[in-house]
Design a protein around this ligand. Structure first.
Ligand code: ATP
Ligand code: MG
Length: 260
């Protein structure tokens, strides 16, 4: 009887230790336990993240940086402990209407397969390609690392999982305005791209100057609406700096400066 009781006690102790251990350990797929990840992601995306871990592009995922309607940004870490950002485009809430104008008409993406999923994959590819093109030309953009299906892997800009402030969140000065315009010009002249969503929301203000991101909407200059998008980009960024009380050039002159 006594030995039975001892056995039971021992068993329950072992069980307790084991369960504590497994709680501490990462789960099999590299996600730390108790991190909310799956609630917003569909299974293929979770599998894709798992593949990124298996192929050693990342080592594990730390958590969510920002969850938007159409994408979620994760903070991950690679094998060298370097911070990595994952931009996961959500397939379920993707809006074709919003993206079509930036895809249709860009000769680089003339073959568009039907279906939301394919469109989202294409969008991720497009952002990766735009970033790569700019990065290779030496433009200040976030360094792209990898793209697979609806996941874009890139450098993490920030510290301890907190992203660097955007222009919107920063104090800005005249130098920032000049840099923003020069960035537009370099995009146009060197990468032959128009951003399409160039704004205070999509530019980091780092210690080393401005750094552009969110290039999914950027189009080739041959896109029939490239000029219209450029004018809008100039207007938006001009409005922002005016709101902040800085001296800005006339948008028409800026357009000339960027394109001539
Ligand atoms: N490489 C990165 N490193 C660190 N943080 C990032 C990175 N890329 C994006 N972020 C963070 O995630 C936010 C959203 O990123 P992004 O603009 O690329 O996505 P989005 O789909 O346009 O989202 P939104 O609709 O909120 O603009 C950024 O404002 C920034 O705070
Ligand atoms: Mg954005």
């Amino acid at each position: 009887m006594l030995s039975d009781e001892l056995d039971n006690k021992l068993e329950s102790r072992i069980e307790k230790i084991l369960s504590q251990k497994s709680r501490r350990k990462k789960t099999f797929d590299g996600f730390k336990k108790n991190k909310v990840i799956n609630e917003v992601l569909d299974k293929p995306t979770v599998m894709e993240l798992y593949d990124l871990i298996k192929s050693k592009i990342i080592s594990y995922i730390n958590g969510v940086v920002k969850a938007g309607k159409e994408s979620v940004i994760f903070w991950a870490v690679d094998e060298n402990k370097k911070d990595i950002a994952l931009k996961v485009y959500l397939v379920t809430t993707s809006s074709f209407k919003k993206r079509a104008p930036y895809l249709v008409g860009d000769p680089r993406f003339s073959r568009i397969k039907k279906g939301t999923k394919n469109l989202v994959y294409l969008w991720a590819q497009k952002e990766f390609r735009n970033l790569s093109l700019c990065y290779e030309k030496g433009l200040p953009v976030v360094r792209p690392i990898h793209v697979t299906k609806n996941i874009l892997v890139m450098d993490f800009i920030g510290k301890n999982g907190a992203p660097t402030k955007t222009l919107l969140e920063s104090q800005v000065d005249q130098q920032d305005y000049e840099s923003a315009i020069s960035l537009l010009r370099r995009l146009y002249k060197e990468a032959k791209l128009v951003h399409g969503d160039f704004s205070e929301y999509n530019i980091f203000k780092t210690e080393n100057g401005l750094l552009l991101f969110d290039l999914g909407s950027a189009v080739d200059l041959r896109h029939p609406n490239a000029n219209e998008f450029l004018k809008r980009d100039i207007n938006n960024i001009t409005k922002f700096f005016v709101k902040r009380g800085l001296t800005v050039a006339n948008p028409v002159d800026v357009l000339l400066k960027v394109t001539k």
